[in-house]
Design a protein around this ligand. Structure first.
Ligand code: SAH
Length: 399
């Protein structure tokens, strides 16, 4: 069957990055807006000389005018296309031993060649998010393809994303897309047990992107006094506490349900939560008080929510990271370990390292960089799009 998609032409020399595998076209790169295409409609991109470059979907309302789905002119965008992409993603995730880890990101948007789509797997359940108008149009086919390619017992939409407004989409309540979805899902991650609330938990219910960092933390926490700020449901805390019976963990978060679940996660893993501390507090206020009282920890985890959602907020965000990391360093004994994260898209690894270096300078402390983490098996990075590596995690020693 021959299918013709509407076309948009690039300005001269604007196709190089696309040929390198980049998946975004900004409106300024187009000769003129293809105004006969509805938001989210499929479109073929041609070079200034009329050659086929790529196929994707268009949105006139966003800075990124076109997101690419394929570079193959023979590949139609339909259910089979989605199934091939899902199969390819699933093959990569088969690296996880399901007895050890049965929760992972199955589809990581651009990283898996499906811009605008995120699907997290929690045991038998999939929790999916659509970020763009183009993916929204493929919604029925996405569900069909997920059901055909995975053995999921239920699929939940978590399209309660404010960013959808920019795309001209509604912010929705969580809704079942297929099968049944329980209130809570039991998962295992590196052999550690957690309960995920797919309906009311933050994002899709769990921060899967920190899995390998949680695992890496274990080696630093044996017998130590650990502080986990922005702990959510205690992911880092449980790993730390499990590393040694002498380890003591203080977990701080501003969300009451999160702190309660963190407490329960200790019990679920055979730990006595009463030997540890769980605090419902603003992390900045907690840190300031602790500095004033001269408290000291051996290991500190700082995993705040994104401070910079837009480029304009970047300077303000860097200030926030400096303040946070300065407080963290003040609470670390000499030789203590700091695990510092940023999930702000516009703050790069170099920015975070810069923040750490400035914070240390201010306190005349010395930093030894031990580990940096960004992408991972279930959060793959399209090498042509380094700017989509949103999560940066740094392990360092503060002397
Ligand atoms: N490290 C966690 C994920 C952290 S997500 C994990 O591995 O699961 C960021 C967390 O910061 C959320 O739980 C949110 O409730 C919390 N948070 C946001 N603002 C906060 C503040 N001012 N003080 C303390 N916690 C805050």
């Amino acid at each position: 069957m021959e299918v013709h998609y509407p076309t948009a032409s690039l300005k001269p020399h604007r196709n190089e990055s696309l040929q390198g595998g980049h998946l975004w076209i900004f409106s300024g790169a187009l000769q003129q807006p293809p105004n006969w295409v509805e938001p989210g409609g499929l479109i073929d991109v041609k070079s200034a000389t009329g050659q086929f470059v790529a196929r994707g979907y268009y949105n006139p309302n966003t800075d990124i005018a076109i997101r690419i789905l394929t570079h193959d002119s023979g590949e139609l965008i339909n259910g089979d296309f989605l199934r091939r992409r899902i199969r390819r993603a699933q093959e990569l995730r088969s690296l996880f031993d399901p007895r050890q880890t049965n929760a992972y990101r199955l589809i990581h948007a651009e990283g898996d060649g499906l811009p605008g789509l995120v699907v997290d797997r929690y045991a038998d359940i999939l929790v999916a998010q659509i970020h763009t108008a183009g993916m929204e149009r493929l919604r029925p086919q996405i569900i069909e393809a997920l059901l055909a390619e995975t053995n999921a017992k239920g699929i939940l939409w978590r399209n309660d994303l404010q960013g959808r407004k920019r795309e001209g989409l509604e912010v929705e309540e969580p809704t079942i897309a297929a099968g049944e979805v329980p209130e809570l899902i039991a998962i295992v991650e590196n052999g550690v047990r957690f309960m995920v609330d797919p309906w009311g938990g933050q994002k899709t219910g769990f921060f899967l992107d920190q899995r390998d960092k949680r695992e890496a933390l274990r080696r630093y926490t044996r017998g130590k006094r650990v502080l986990n700020c922005f702990c959510y449901t205690g992911g880092f805390s449980v790993y730390a506490a499990l590393s040694d019976s002498e380890t003591r963990v203080t977990s701080v978060d501003i969300s009451e349900p999160a702190v309660e679940v963190a407490y329960q996660h200790f019990t679920l893993n055979g730990l006595d939560p009463d030997q540890h501390q769980f605090l419902l507090a603003d992390a900045f206020e907690y840190l300031e008080d602790a500095v004033e009282q001269g408290e000291l920890f051996d290991v500190i985890v700082l995993d705040p929510p994104a401070f910079a959602k837009s480029q304009g907020a970047r300077a303000q965000a860097l200030k926030g990271y400096r303040r946070l990391n300065t407080l963290g360093m003040q609470l670390l004994r000499p030789g203590g370990i700091l695990l510092s994260c940023s999930c702000s898209g516009t703050v790069g690894m170099d920015d975070l390292l810069g923040v750490l270096s400035q914070s240390a300078q201010r306190l005349t402390r010395e930093v030894q960089l031990l580990e940096t983490h960004t992408y991972s098996v279930d959060h793959p990075l399209n090498l042509a799009m380094p700017e989509t590596a949103y999560l940066k995690t740094v392990f360092c020693r503060i002397n």
